[in-house]
Design a protein around this ligand. Sequence first.
Ligand code: GDP
Ligand code: IMO
Ligand code: MG
Length: 423
Amino acid sequence: MSTTVLIGAQWGDEGKGKITDILAQKSQVVVRSQGGNNAGHTVEADGVVYKLHLLPSGILNPETLCLIGNGVVIDPKVILGEIAQMHQKGISTQNLKIDARAHVIMPYHIALDGLSETSRGKGEIGTTGRGIGPCYMDKAERSGIRMWDLIHPEIFAQKVRDNVGTKNKLITLVYGGTPVDADAVIEEYSAYAKALAPYVTDTTVPLYEAIKAGKTVLFEGAQGTLLDLDLGTYPYVTSSHPISGGACTGAGIGPTLIDDCIGVAKAYTTRVGKGPFPTELFDEVGERIRKIGNEFGTTTGRPRRCGWFDAVILKYSVRTSGLTKVAVNKLDTLSGVGRLKICTGYQKGGEIITEFPADLSELALCTPVYEELDGWDEDISGARRFDELPDAAKDYILRIEALCGVKVWMIGVGPGRDQNIVR
Ligand code: GDP
Ligand code: IMO
Ligand code: MG
């Protein structure tokens, strides 16, 4: 009987899917409120690996009501593919609902994502290429197409024609790309509309009713704090709001209805795509973490950049999302790495700062200040209690807690549902 927002506390891929799946077993409602199929959430349940992009990770629980809120952007083809995959695995999607206000990713968004990245050249953001940014651009520009429009053929056809004219000018005249055929898009998407119509509703109503009825509601974040459009490493960010506040606007509820905010971090740091990363490792330690931690993107398969744990970042997440506790995943990956480093602050000229800089030009002046800790060699993937961990692993977690001013409530020691230590 509570509402919990779960967010990524770093640059995404912290293991939000795993923690959501665990908490979903005790949740009556799971809600996605931002992002789209740029997200890739891996859940390992009963030996089966699920890679979810748009469906809330609560979908594996037949009793859980799964809502996709107004703040999410939806590629109809992708979500239908995911729904079909669930059905093949015998998982029902009867409890899935999609908000009528959620914006639809159109073929021209995907085309423009690729074209604008190419035109940025070396300054590319390294997007997932899923059309996320261009779709949110149309939303902000007030020309977007929403799920409501998609399932109303005449409105949809008109809006596609209105949009395609302008988009084709942009695609061909600015970027030299191939124009989109409005009729073909209308035909393709009308088939998606028929299949998705039964899921489309006003999700803010059942969500509010569930909260008022005292049900347990979990908001599953996508991406992470440093990918937030406002608070992340702009412009190397996504186009939505992964911080906890995004759950309110993206699901249509007020902040007074949220009881708890949980952050998910890794025991080290990773990032996919371009942009600054102060604690990035370019040596064999980084290579080892990538290999042992299988740090390759769930969505694009790109190798993830790996680096030491950065306490400045977690502290920033605690502050900007009001985190009450955090889960630290992948502690098992650090076994055998040798001595470990934690970044405790940044050296900036003659001073040491411990708050994450507001702008990249300031961040560029910063070099990480490290504290070294003993590592451990033991395989810890079988540990289920904190006191079963080697002393060095316990000290590592306790140091993170002390530096970031937040309780480490759960520790991940493997990808499985049961491979966790709850403190
Ligand atoms: P998300 O986007 O935040 O849901 O994270 P991803 O699913 O993209 O990436 C996290 C990866 O780490 C997935 O492959 C998970 O199965 C895996 N994972 C999660 N927690 C742990 C853990 O504690 N240990 C190990 N070894 N793997 C984990
Ligand atoms: P989950 O939910 C990690 C990154 C991209 C790129 C930037 C902008 O799995 O944690 P976009 O396609 O959103 O315009 O790309 O954001 N990015 C992610 N990185 N995990 C994610 O999601 C991400 N979603 C977007 O790599 O740097
Ligand atoms: Mg991911």
